[in-house]
Write a protein that binds this ligand. Structure first.
Ligand code: ADP
Ligand code: 5GP
Length: 191
């Protein structure tokens, strides 16, 4: 069955985007990525409509007022991220399974909303030290942003038990294989 919702969450730097990129290449999973809206500016090579829909803070707030979001969160102070209802329709309407990369609070909310139609997977870093090393290795954040993300990670990990399943991203190939198996079981339970 198509049109199911798969949600991957993890503290920033754990490897969630890397895992999603790999999963998107597995055609049999029929995944379509949910492009979120954000009020932050593009980073590096990011393009509007590819990684995110980049909105001004005013445009973002107007869509909140107009009830256009399935969920949204102020993930970092002053920066909002959210999933537009029309994005969910765009992907599920095309017959694909929607894969979402959203923060842990957003994931818990989407699960409440969609119940059995949604699978929440929490990706865990092997340790907080490894997480910090990955963030530094990625080299996309200022020292201040990096510290903010690490501080937040501790709190986010406390929500891991609320997810349907948990996968540790130590060896990348193994993590991708584990997540793939969970998704296959979810989309084709009898297979
Ligand atoms: P997230 O989307 O969770 O913020 P990224 O996918 O951007 O994280 O990964 C953060 C950094 O860690 C990237 O530089 C990525 O290449 C690296 N990375 C991801 N998974 C692994 C892994 N299993 N082992 C080592 N490095 C990894
Ligand atoms: P970044 O700024 O590194 O791209 O993303 C920061 C965080 O925002 C990540 O944890 C990501 O999962 C989260 N995020 C991205 N899109 C959404 C969304 O639509 N809703 C929610 N709740 N979080 C999101």
């Amino acid at each position: 069955m198509k049109g199911k919702i798969i949600i991957l969450s993890a503290p920033s730097g754990t490897g969630k985007s890397t895992i999603i990129q790999r999963l998107m290449q597995i055609e049999s999973l029929g995944l379509g990525f949910s492009i979120s809206a954000t009020s932050r500016a593009p980073r590096g090579e990011e393009k509007n409509g590819r990684e995110y829909y980049f909105l001004t803070p005013e445009e973002f707030d107007r869509r909140i007022a107009d009830n256009k979001f399935v969920e949204w969160e102020e993930v970092y102070a002053g920066t909002k991220y959210g999933t537009l209802a029309e994005e969910v329709e765009r992907v599920t309407g095309s017959g694909r399974n929607l894969i979402m990369d959203i923060d842990v609070k957003g994931a818990v909310n989407v699960k409440k909303k969609y119940g059995e139609a949604a699978l929440t997977i929490f990706i865990l870093p092997p340790t907080l030290e490894v997480l910090e090393a990955r963030l530094r290795g990625r080299a996309t954040d200022s020292e201040e942003s990096l510290q903010r993300r690490i501080k937040k990670a501790d709190l986010e990990m406390t929500l891991a038990p609320e997810f349907d399943c948990r996968v540790v991203n130590d060896d990348l190939d193994k993590a991708v294989a584990d997540v793939r198996a969970l998704i296959e079981k979810f989309i084709e339970p009898g297979a």
